[in-house]
Design a protein around this ligand. Structure first.
Ligand code: HEC
Ligand code: HEC
Ligand code: HEC
Ligand code: HEC
Ligand code: HEC
Length: 335
């Protein structure tokens, strides 16, 4: 079809969709038009969702969730996924209202994927029913939607797999005069966008997106925030031959958190021409609890005794293979 005829056809389809807006009918044969054959018989793949939710899928692909099954660390710890008690959270079937996450039958390589969190397991739900927090604005339906589901804005959704962290979060003191931030609040930064995003390779995509309203939604990178500077606070005190670093954990979970693949956290001290590294909570069980403060004493020698010092508490980010700042502070030179 020529570009002009295609846009004329899209316009006609748009008019028809708007005319139908009042009752939000489903697009005829949507399952067959928009999903691969395997999707309707087994479980849809992330690539199916990518036709219409491209931005979300691109973010998720860069996340630890997408590598939860294939990561070298998991594969070697579980004899290539054969250790049964370990598998349910790393390649989970769509989450049920109760009970632990169960191992998926198809596409385990996708790890913690779209259908894990969004495909409805409610008894009697139509195939391809997706649950989510957003409100609806498209006049037609291409897959059944359960909209405005409050579970997606609550930490409980994450708690089913992040058991230890969730227990820490529930036990953490609420901030003075405020409500406790949810997991999503820090690990899924907010963004204003439409539920769908334009995928240039899919002809109907720009039309659907044009008919949708933007609303406050969240990114799917599931990263540890780079700007958590007031979540963890460092206070420095210079003594004659030492630097005392007080680490205050204002996060609603331990530092570091997690029970299986906890990342290492280290303290780095640097001065012009030199530097030193120090373990922080190296042993399991030595994490700094939510709300707690711990003092570390770092011995200084030679030039470091009077030099300006910069201090960083960092965690190891396995995806980028580098140390990521959790909190930083500096002390001026002594005269
Ligand atoms: C670990 C659970 C989890 C996984 C995995 C996940 N999501 Fe989400 N998703 C959420 C949460 C939580 C929200 C709610 C964000 C908010 O409050 O707006 C959400 C929101 C959405 C929305 C509503 C619009 C938006 O942008 O927020 C869409 C669409 C969506 N997800 C699609 C996907 C797709 C496609 C995938 C696979 C690439 C995916 N999700 C993977 C938890 C998940
Ligand atoms: C052909 C396009 C298309 C495909 C493919 C598609 N979706 Fe959607 N999705 C939509 C549209 C359209 C909406 C509703 C937008 C509206 O009504 O405003 C939607 C809504 C959603 C919502 C939001 C529910 C809410 O209200 O918060 C989620 C979650 C979602 N889809 C997940 C998925 C997942 C997961 C996949 C892959 C398994 C997928 N979708 C595949 C078009 C698609
Ligand atoms: C179905 C189980 C499951 C659910 C539900 C789940 N996660 Fe995860 N999450 C995992 C697994 C498994 C990993 C480890 C992946 C890896 O590192 O290989 C992980 C890793 C993470 C990480 C670590 C990222 C890093 O770089 O170290 C963050 C942050 C995270 N999840 C946040 C969330 C949030 C926020 C939610 C709720 C919206 C959530 N998760 C829901 C299973 C889950
Ligand atoms: C106030 C912001 C904030 C909130 C709320 C929050 N986190 Fe975190 N999270 C962080 C920061 C900062 C780090 C890095 C320091 C650390 O490891 O404790 C982190 C680290 C993590 C990690 C990485 C652990 C590792 O070492 O691989 C996971 C997993 C995680 N959080 C899950 C959660 C879950 C689940 C919740 C909700 C129960 C949650 N977080 C709530 C800020 C937050
Ligand atoms: C209840 C759900 C759950 C079960 C069961 C589970 N894990 Fe995990 N796993 C997680 C979560 C959540 C993370 C993210 C960090 C954390 O909380 O420790 C993770 C992270 C990991 C990591 C780090 C991944 C990386 O790329 O660095 C490894 C390795 C791991 N798990 C191995 C295992 C092994 C081995 C078992 C069985 C003994 C197991 N897991 C069982 C939820 C689970």
């Amino acid at each position: 079809m020529s570009a002009r005829r295609r846009s004329a056809a899209l316009l006609a389809l748009g008019g028809a969709l708007l005319a139908l807006a009042a009752c939000r009918p489903s697009v005829p044969f949507a399952e067959r038009l928009f999903f691969t054959r395997e999707a309707t018989s087994a479980l849809p793949a992330a690539a199916d969702c990518e036709r219409c939710h491209q931005e979300v899928v691109v973010e998720w692909r860069a996340s630890a969730h997408a590598r939860a099954w294939t990561s070298e660390a998991f594969q070697s710890a579980t004899h290539a996924g054969r250790a049964e008690p370990c598998t349910g959270c790393h390649a989970p079937a769509p989450l049920a209202a109760s009970g632990p996450p169960l191992l998926r039958t198809a596409r385990r390589d996708e790890g913690v994927t779209c259908v894990t969190c969004h495909l409805s397991t409610a008894p009697g739900a139509a195939p391809l029913t997706m649950r989510g927090p957003a409100s609806r604005s498209l006049p037609v339906e291409v897959h059944p939607v359960v909209a405005e589901d409050p579970l997606y804005r609550a930490s409980d959704l994450c708690g089913g797999c992040h058991e230890a962290t969730f227990a820490e979060w529930k036990g953490a003191p609420p901030p003075a005069g405020g409500e406790k931030e949810t997991c999503q609040g820090c690990h899924m930064p907010s963004v204003h966008r439409t539920v769908e995003s334009v995928n240039e390779e899919v002809p109907y995509s720009p039309l659907f997106v044009a008919l949708e309203r933007t609303q406050p939604l969240r990114r799917h990178r599931f990263a540890v925030p780079d700007d958590a500077d007031d979540g963890v606070v460092l206070a420095l005190e210079r003594r004659r031959d030492a630097l005392v670093v007080r680490v205050e954990n204002r996060l609603p979970h331990a530092l570091p958190t997690g029970s299986f693949g906890r990342r290492e956290v280290r303290l780095f001290v640097a001065w012009p021409g030199g530097g030193s590294e120090h373990a922080f909570a190296a042993r399991p069980g030595a994490s700094l609890a939510a709300g707690a403060t711990r003092a570390l004493e770092v011995r200084l020698r030679g030039a470091a005794l009077r030099a300006p010092l910069s201090v960083a508490l960092r965690r190891f980010d396995p995806a980028r293979r580098e140390w990521q700042d959790v909190a930083v502070a500096s002390a001026p030179a002594l005269r």
